[in-house]
Ligand binder design. Structure first.
Ligand SMILES: [Zn+2]
Length: 439
């Protein structure tokens, strides 16, 4: 039996089973390969009588880049004729699964394009450039090969934890309003978080509409539902997932604390200076540092915060607000669940009676959500990271694609990038083995 290596080098390089390479040329930075099939005998598709060759016709199609250069395959396509007098079939041309009629790209190039965009997060425009084709050709390939992966019902199988968050998917422009989308995240304990779906809109209705489209059996499997308390999601959950344990999403609680510090800072700034923050105002200059966790601050950063507070916060309001936000943050960084619960209880018992109105409001909000706030410590694995991690991924993809105009494309791209587990096979390392070709 002949192995791959004993075929003509050009055939091995081409790697298309039924084809041989007749000639290769480089033209204007592109590789052009003349190929034909190895088939020499065929039967008429209608009557089965052996067909007679009827000449050839060249067909050009783009393929995977070869050594970094866009590549064109020129397939000298054979025409056949049936000579059986009683047969209706006159002539036909040969076919290949890899090169579909009138296709711009080979099927393997289309699969590759989908993988580059889907699994490797390359832009459609970038992949189009590598292949030497247009944006729409690549997007069509991404749709044709990616849509079935995304719509596969098995993707939603065995989900027991859900998270939800909204984000902006299209910024407002002269002709349209800001487009919001709601992302639904798989928070099943013990596995990597994934994006399950994205729906347009940002309300409880968007979320409950999606939940209602799932089967009753699927909904019954959801044990835990994380939520951002400040949207209509709670209602969506109580009507569609009444039996799931509702948990305040740690990410949103921490964010709420940071937003509160921002509010206090802006008010104090206004009171002190009579205007909104400017670049050189002490508190404004450290506004980003104030959002960070204390344990992530360098000594230098800490000194900057202290100096700013000293200069711009005479009544210690920002200082106290900042400490409260840090305290809230540390609820989720406790060494044990027990200690976390204790810290949460302290926050519930103290924040609402703080004389700083913004802190007190935050305290009241937390008290209104006490069971959901504390449920975090009963549901091991409802961790802080997932929703935030997915949010960062979403943001990255939106930036890379310079914004989207079409929601269906946006959803497909996001689900390919954040909603699937791509298994990437590693190639063997070449330095540690002997070349097999010369053995
Ligand atoms: Zn025939």
């Amino acid at each position: 039996m002949k192995g791959q290596g004993s075929r003509a080098p050009a055939v091995t390089l081409l790697g298309l089973q039924e084809f041989v390479v007749l000639a290769a040329a480089e033209l204007a930075g592109e590789v052009e390969l003349l190929i034909e099939t190895t088939e020499t005998v065929t039967g008429c598709p209608r009557c089965g009588v052996i067909a007679e060759p009827h000449g050839r016709r060249p067909v050009s199609v783009r393929d995977l880049p070869i050594a970094g250069r866009p590549t064109v395959l020129v397939w000298s396509k054979r025409l056949w004729r049936c000579n059986e007098p009683l047969c209706q079939q006159r002539t036909w041309s040969e076919r290949s699964k890899e090169i579909r009629p009138r296709s711009i790209l080979t099927e393997r190039a289309r699969r590759w394009a989908m993988l580059r965009v889907g699994a490797h997060a390359e832009t459609v425009a970038g992949v189009a450039r590598q292949l030497g084709v247009g944006w729409h050709t690549v997007m069509r390939a991404v749709r044709d090969y990616g849509q079935p992966l995304v719509e596969d019902p098995n993707r939603l199988a065995a989900v027991s934890g859900l998270g939800v968050d909204e984000h902006v998917w299209a910024h407002a422009g002269p002709r349209r309003r800001t487009g919001f989308a709601t992302g639904i995240v798989d928070l099943t304990p013990g596995r990597a978080p994934r994006l399950l779906d994205v729906v347009p809109g940002r309300s409880g209705n968007a979320y409950s509409g999606w939940l209602k489209r799932q089967s009753q059996m699927w909904r019954d499997g959801i044990r835990l539902a994380a939520l951002d308390p400040f949207r209509g999601y709670a209602t969506a959950l109580s009507t569609t997932l009444p039996d799931a344990v509702r948990v305040l999403d740690a990410f949103h609680v921490v964010k709420l604390g940071n937003d509160m510090v921002d509010q206090v800072r802006r008010r104090v700034q206004q009171e002190q200076l009579g205007h909104r923050g400017h670049k050189h105002d002490p508190l404004y200059a450290v506004r980003r540092l104030l959002r960070r966790g204390r344990e992530n601050l360098s000594r230098h950063a800490m000194a900057r915060i202290e100096a700013a507070l000293e200069a711009g916060d005479p009544d210690w309001e920002v200082t106290i607000a900042w400490c409260c936000a840090q305290q809230l943050r540390e609820v989720y960084h406790a060494p044990t669940e027990e200690e976390g619960r204790r810290r949460a209880q302290v926050a519930l018992a103290t924040l609402h009676s703080c004389p700083i109105p913004e802190v007190a409001r935050l305290g009241r909000t937390l008290r209104a959500w006490r069971p959901e706030f504390l449920a975090y410590f009963d549901t091991a694995g409802a961790s802080n990271g997932p929703t935030e991690a997915i949010n960062l991924l979403i943001e990255k993809h939106r930036r890379d694609a310079h914004g989207f105009r079409n929601f269906a494309n946006y959803r497909l791209r996001l689900l390919l990038a954040c909603g699937l587990n791509w298994h990437s096979e590693r190639t063997a390392r070449i330095r540690t083995r002997r070349p097999r070709i010369v053995a």
